[in-house]
Design a protein around this ligand. Structure first.
Ligand SMILES: O=c1ccn([C@@H]2O[C@H](COP(=O)(O)OP(=O)(O)O[C@H]3O[C@H](CO)[C@@H](O)[C@H](O)[C@H]3O)[C@@H](O)[C@H]2O)c(=O)[nH]1
Ligand SMILES: O=C(O)[C@H](O)COP(=O)(O)O
Length: 263
């Protein structure tokens, strides 16, 4: 096992997560190989930063909200600064976790093992069926998930089960290959495509995590609209539109429609 890969830095983007961030940080710090937990407080209006620091995280703060991808990038940048400033050995592995996992983040060891052992370059957690906090039905109508899954498959030939999952572990090298990250909610889709296209190994791993699932109320649907916008932009920037145009040119419009049927 490479000593650098065996040092894991956990990066947690967090916006208004004071209810859960302390439990998430505590669980992440106890995971095997985790050396440091960095939380990027992404312009929270609550006490997320204070709760994260009290639980033992290194905290960096965005004065205004900049979105998930920017928060992940700031966390990784802060890691680099800390390593250089203090002459610390480099963490060769990054564990990206959402702030709302709470104590269930303790289940993430199976995500870490394949990467630190050099068997995978990127692992992605597949979560069990979730429930919303009020016991309601989670998920929308599969539009964002379906768009993301089809887009990744179209661009890489690989069919993901959990294309939007932000719970992932990857080598620092893979992260650098996927940088700059796709903006906002496009970060996961962009990263998966970039890492696969670089010829690296991606593996999905079932992990028993619970997070705050998005409901079907108005706020949930607005959230999904933003996810769809960012996922579509990430796919378009990686050539999905061009691939569609090429297909129509070569085989006509009906081939494009045929290709989508049944997915
Ligand atoms: O402006 C923001 C908004 C959210 N977050 C944090 O990003 C994480 C994910 O946000 P959340 O609202 O929990 O996202 P979900 O609706 O659950 O999104 C799903 O889909 C997203 C991609 O669209 C992935 O990033 C998530 O991992 C996945 O759980 C959390 O730690 C948030 O605190 C920020 O840092 N900045
Ligand atoms: O709740 C979810 O799983 C995401 O917000 C995506 O929603 P959708 O794929 O059901 O539209």
């Amino acid at each position: 096992m490479s000593p650098a890969l065996a040092r894991v830095a956990c990066i947690i983007p967090a916006k208004d997560e004071q209810e859960r961030i302390a439990a998430t940080v505590t669980a992440a710090l106890a995971l095997p190989h985790v050396d440091v937990v960095l939380v990027c407080d992404d312009g929270s209006t609550d006490a997320t930063g204070q709760h994260a620091a009290a639980a033992g995280a290194v905290v960096v703060t965005h004065r205004r909200n900049r979105g998930k991808a920017a928060a992940v990038e700031s966390g990784v940048n802060a890691l680099g600064v800390r390593e250089q400033r203090d002459g610390r050995p480099e963490c060769g592995t990054l564990l990206l976790l959402d702030a709302d996992l709470g104590g269930t983040a303790a289940a993430c060891a199976p995500l870490i093992t394949p990467v630190v052992e050099g068997r995978a370059d990127l692992t992605i957690a597949v979560l069990p069926e979730q429930q919303t906090e009020d016991g309601g039905t989670p998920g929308g109508f599969g539009l964002v998930m379906g768009t993301a899954a089809r887009g990744i498959t179209e661009l890489t030939g690989w069919m993901p089960q959990a294309p939007l999952s932000g719970q992932r572990c990857l080598t620092r090298r893979a992260f650098e290959l996927a940088s700059p990250l796709a903006a906002g909610w496009g970060v996961e889709v962009g990263m998966t495509v970039d890492v696969l296209r670089a010829g690296l190994r991606v593996e999905e791993v079932p992990v028993a995590l619970r997070h705050r699932a998005t409901g079907r109320d108005l706020a949930g649907q607005l959230h999904r609209a933003k996810q769809l916008r960012d996922v579509t932009r990430a796919l378009a920037a990686r050539g999905l539109v061009q691939s569609g145009i090429d297909q129509v040119r070569a085989n006509g419009l009906s081939s494009l429609l045929r290709r989508d049927r049944g997915r």
